[in-house]
Design a protein around this ligand. Structure first.
Ligand code: FES
Length: 211
């Protein structure tokens, strides 16, 4: 991972503040530390809005610690435990590639190769020279049914292969944002080509008035 510069200041903006007030109201007095995860998320999203790179600087963690009345080390522990928080700047599009067994068996290697070819990124946690993409290898993201999965920022692109990966990254470069979900047009996790069971809602009449 390349060296990066940590900002000297971080102040929650109005959008984050509105969400913080709403979030803190959910917890009893004295239990505000429970809001550490959402506040980290708000900080990361704010950085994304402000700089185009969604990450959590150390100073933001210190601000959160002060806000929640907890020692900074406890915020660092939480932030570094969860993979969803980026501890260094990332590209505009954070490509999170699942390479766990189901995705691997369904072709994640070709998705990884296509991302490398399209972005010029050689390792993991690296950002392309144009700042557009960061590639991160992730463990199962819980969508194995439509493996392999390429997560872009918050969205899952499913049933990927080399061609669909190249097309997706090309669209992102053009400033387009294709619809997330199955690139094969699956209905949620139904078989390719459409559902094969429960294709009619004409249930037997005996179940209609069941007690
Ligand atoms: S293994 Fe990739 S989503 Fe589960």
């Amino acid at each position: 991972m390349a060296e990066h510069i940590e900002p000297a200041e971080f102040v929650f903006d109005a959008e984050s503040e509105a969400k913080i007030v709403k979030t803190l109201a959910k917890y009893p007095q004295g239990k505000q530390a429970s809001a550490v995860l959402p506040l980290l998320d708000f900080a990361q999203r704010q950085m994304g809005r402000a700089t185009g790179s969604a990450w959590v600087p150390k100073i933001a963690m210190d601000v959160i610690a002060a806000r929640l009345g907890m020692p900074p080390i406890r915020v660092y522990e939480v932030a570094t435990f969860y993979f969803m928080f980026n501890m260094a700047p990332v590209g505009k599009y954070h490509l999170q590639l699942c390479t766990t067994t189901p995705c691997w068996l369904r072709g994640s290697d070709e998705v990884v190769a296509a991302c490398r070819k399209a972005t010029g990124i050689k390792g993991w946690k690296e950002t392309s020279a144009d700042g557009m993409f960061t590639m991160t290898e992730v463990e199962c993201v819980g969508a194995c049914v439509n493996a392999p999965i390429l997560q872009v920022n918050d969205d899952f692109f499913e049933d990927m292969d080399a061609a669909s990966t190249e097309a997706l990254l090309a669209a992102l470069r053009r400033g387009e944002y294709p619809k997330p979900g199955s690139v094969k047009g699956r209905q949620t996790s139904a078989p390719e080509g459409g559902p094969t069971t429960l294709t009619t809602l004409n249930f037997p009449s005996s179940t209609a008035g069941a007690e």
